[in-house]
Structures are given as C-alpha cells and as structure tokens.
Design a protein around this ligand. Structure first.
Ligand code: F6P
Length: 360
C-alpha cells in the first residue's frame, strides 16, 4: 500500500494550551509538504460516533492563525469512555465498534490522536481492535505521560502558576498573610514543584512527598521569627489530608474532581501559627490562554514528527521529547509508565537547597 492520502486528527481529554498549534503543524506538513487531505474529527471520539461522522476538513488557510490560540478548534471531551459509554437509561455500553465504523466510513488511512495517558490508552485500544494506524501526541498540563520529558500544555500551565505566585507575593507581603495557591496536576506534582521554585514559594507540597504539618508550621514560624510575616505556599490538588484522604468534589454527571486541599492546609496553618491565611485555587486558568513559547515549539515539533511517522509507514507510536530531541516510543510503553515526581529529582534537591519546605 502506498503512502496515505487522507488522515484524521482529533484532540482528546482535557484541553490545554498548544493543541491548536499542533493541529496547525500537522496540517502544514501533511497538506503543505505531502499533499494529503486532513480531516479534523470533532469532539474527540464523539465525532466518530455521529452519523455521518462529525468532521471538519482542515485547510492551510484555516490553521494559519492557530499558533497562539488556546483550546482546540476541534473540541474535546474527558468523559464518555467509548468502552463504557453512559447511555440515557443509565446503562453503560461498549460503543467502540461504532467508532471504528465511523473511522472507516471516512476513508482515513491513519489517525493522529492528541491526548494524555487515559485518552491515549483508549485510542490505542480502539486502534488495535479496528486496524487503525494510530500515532499519539502527548498533551497534558499534568506532564505525567511516560517516556516524554514534556507534554503539550505543561509549560504554559507552569508559567501561569508562576505568574500567580508572583502576584500573590505582593498581597502576602502587604497584608502579612500566608497565601496558599492550589494548583492542578492530578497525582503528579510537576506543576507545583516547578512553579514553586520559579515563583519563590516558601513551602511546596506535592503528592509524591508525604508532609508533616508541624514542619510546615515551623517553617512559617521561623520566617515570622526572622521578621518575614508573610509566606507563600503552593500545593498540588492531589495532596492528601494528614489522615491520608484526598479531597474531591462530585461534579455534574457523577464525576469526581480533586480540589479543596489548599483550604484544609490554610486552616491548619492559621490554627498552628496564628497567621492570617488566604487560598487561591487556580483551576482551569492553568489550561487556557495563549501557549508559552516552549509549548508553541513543542507543538510544532510534535506535529511535524507525527506526520513524518505516518509518511514512513509507522503506527502505534507516540512522539516524545527527550533531551531536546523528538523521538518516538511505543504508545503501549508510554501509557504504562505514569510519570510522577521522583523524590530524588534534581528539582526536589534544588527546592531543598533553596530552603523551601517540602513538608518532610
Ligand atoms: O488532567 C488535566 C486536569 O486539568 C487535571 O489537572 C485536573 O485534575 C482535571 O484535568 C480537571 O478536569 P475537568 O476539566 O474535568 O474539571
């Protein structure tokens, strides 16, 4: 079989900055250099469940201005696992065959799936089942996909969290307060660790390093005794209470999302130090807006590399960033290797070297 003439692309899972920049790069390479057709599949696999499949033919002029746009023009979802799809009567149905049928109806010869570990696992399962040539591109502000040092969206999220810390410093110092910033990241503390270092935090709490509240309070008291009556704490959303419970809220459609540990820690700090505390939950601000310089570059490099893999007849691979190079790794390996912060990581040592309290 010759080289593919029509490929599909979809974005899956939570949105983040840089997705549109990937779409732009894919279209530029596939249409501009190889003369292929590119169909953008709307709403992740939901677009392949529609009849006719819900797609947006992508053209060079359509993607021209996408480099700096947040979100994804294709839409996305982080709900509705096709293998256990929630039906109106409350039952769960395996709808994977419908997705495969939708894909083949479009006459696609390969698919580029941009997603995090969960989405890539689902897409791979569908691809294996349906004979779909899949190339994955890792995206997630959590930066927890294995085998890649960077995923699309992470750098922007870190920049936003760092800027939030910069801003909080002024209010903290003006009011002699302890300001607590809760950031996203699921079970990985990458955003909190990096933003905490870059934003001059005094305490960084991440899920990978169990903390002792007495030590956190001691750090704040030490600063008070040294004449610094304000402190900045950054905390990852999946940090547990001292009893070992995560704090989460039930959302619409029965889904739980992490959130609330910042308030718990702030309350504990004010009890033990007498300091006035305030909490900022940064939330989805971390996902939106213009991609950082690094995300634009990463998105461009990943998009080009993904199309080139298809050109060379490859499949079942994910592009990855290792030591300033784009490489490719089996999707199966990447999704098995959930990447959290190694407590021996050089940045953990950096934080300790700076005197930042990590809670232990
Ligand atoms: O995985 C990305 C992420 O932003 C996590 O950091 C966060 O816990 C979750 O998604 C929030 O999901 P939702 O957009 O469904 O609220």
């Amino acid at each position: 079989m010759g080289e593919p003439k029509r490929i599909g692309i979809l974005t899956s899972g939570g949105d983040c900055a840089g997705l549109n920049a990937v779409i732009r790069a894919v279209v530029n390479r596939a249409i501009g250099d190889y003369g292929w057709e590119v169909l953008g599949i709307k709403g992740s696999t939901m677009g392949l469940l529609s009849r006719p499949p819900n797609v947006m033919p992508l053209k060079l002029h359509k993607v021209d201005s996408l480099l700096t746009q947040g979100g994804t023009i294709l839409g996305t979802t982080n709900k509705g696992n096709p293998f256990a799809f929630p039906m109106p009567d409350g039952s769960l149905k395996d709808r994977s065959e419908e997705i495969i049928e939708g894909y083949h109806q479009l006459g696609l010869e390969a698919l580029i799936g941009i997603g995090g570990d969960g989405s890539l696992a689902i897409l791979r399962r569908i691809a294996q089942q349906g004979g779909i040539k899949l190339i994955g591109i890792p995206k997630t502000i959590d930066n927890d996909v294995g085998y890649t040092q960077l995923s699309i969206g992470f750098s922007t999220a870190v920049d936003i969290a760092t800027e939030a810390l910069d801003r909080l410093h002024f209010t903290a110092a003006s009011h002699d307060r302890v300001m607590v910033l809760e950031v996203m990241g699921r079970d990985a503390g990458h955003i909190a660790l990096r933003a905490g270092i870059a934003g001059g935090a005094h305490v960084i709490l991440i899920p990978e390093i169990p903390y002792n509240l007495d030590l956190v309070c001691q750090k704040i008291r030490d600063r008070q005794n040294a004449g610094f009556h304000f402190s900045i704490v950054v905390i990852s959303e999946a940090v547990c209470t001292e009893e070992g419970d995560t704090i989460q809220k039930l959302q619409q459609f029965g889904e739980c999302r992490l959130g609330g540990i910042g308030q718990y820690v702030a309350d504990s700090i004010s009890k033990c130090t007498g300091a006035e505390t305030r909490v900022t939950v940064l939330g989805h601000i971390q996902r939106g807006g213009r991609p950082s310089t690094i995300d634009r570059i990463l998105a461009s490099a990943f998009g080009i590399a993904a199309v080139d893999l298809i050109y060379h007849g490859k499949e079942d691979l994910m592009v990855a960033w290792q030591d300033s190079q784009v490489i490719s790794v089996p999707i199966a390996e990447a999704i098995q290797d959930y990447r959290t912060v190694d407590p021996e990581d050089t940045l953990v040592k950096t934080a300790r070297g700076l005197g930042i309290c990590l809670g232990n």
